[in-house]
Design a protein around this ligand. Structure first.
Ligand SMILES: [Zn+2]
Length: 256
């Protein structure tokens, strides 16, 4: 057994993660993803190619700009490592295949959504809106989701949860799920099929409650402290790729 393919996939994941960092920085600002090249936001010095090596450069530079010493956000190395780990896990599951490629592109979109939501509290429409029809294509052609299941996933994710959110706002006078969360749910449903939404909502609510209570205890604050929900949806969707298909199969047996 050789570890070379795994090493290659992890490296590839880290390199893609490096690009996802660029997306996370620039998409909220509406800037181009390709030009100009990366520069230090502190001193404006362009990043040298040898300082742009995923994971390693951050460690060698001890998380600081080589020119002005400004701290580089640990998010950079975090995203590179997370993307590498996701790539490895998906490779374990799918091997070299179109399924691997499809699931990895989907996961990459989720990484970008997660970190933009954490930093800015928004889920950009430029990812989720085109994502809804575009992710239906590999869902049906590659992942084995039926067209009806993918279509219902997008419709249920978008429509039904829009109604739930509206109802929640109406009865409580507080905003529950944001519009960005609903569009993200539609994208998740489009790729994973409507069956996934039960799993995703269960797991994300559970995770959200645990983390929410943790934050409340740590900050000694009440419910006023809002945490973005997008990251929980994204993590749950990834969990569904690894364990959820079994969950859906059990559910189908139960209902069927
Ligand atoms: Zn600098």
């Amino acid at each position: 057994m050789s570890v070379l393919p795994d090493l290659f996939i992890a490296l590839l994941g880290a390199v893609i993660g490096s690009f996802l960092n660029v997306c996370i920085c620039r998409i909220p600002e509406g800037r181009s993803l390709v030009a100009p090249g990366s520069a230090c936001p502190g001193c404006g010095h362009p990043i040298r190619p040898y300082d742009n090596i995923p994971v390693l450069s951050y460690l060698i530079l001890k998380g600081r700009c080589r020119d002005c010493g400004r701290r580089i956000s640990p998010r950079y190395i975090a995203v590179e490592l997370i993307t590498a780990v996701i790539a490895l896990f998906l490779f374990q599951q799918y091997g070299f295949s179109l399924q691997f490629l499809s699931a990895f592109v989907f996961a990459a979109a989720l990484v970008v959504v997660t970190f933009i939501d954490l930093e800015h509290g928004i889920i950009p429409d430029v990812i989720t809106l085109p994502g809804i029809p575009l992710f239906m294509i590999p869902a049906v052609l590659v992942m084995g989701v039926s067209f009806l299941d993918a279509f219902l996933g997008a419709a249920v994710g978008g429509g039904v949860f829009y109604l739930i959110a509206e109802g929640y706002d109406f009865f409580t006078g507080r905003e529950g799920m944001g519009g960005g969360d609903i569009k993200l749910l539609a994208m998740l449903g489009a790729f994973l099929g409507w069956q996934s939404l039960v799993f995703v909502l269960l797991v994300s609510s559970l995770l959200g409650s645990i983390v929410g209570i943790g934050v409340m205890v740590a900050k000694h604050e009440g419910m006023r402290y809002a945490i973005p929900f997008g990251p929980f949806l994204a993590v749950s969707a990834l969990a569904y790729i690894f364990w959820g298909y079994d969950f859906s199969r059990v559910m189908n047996l139960y209902w069927g």
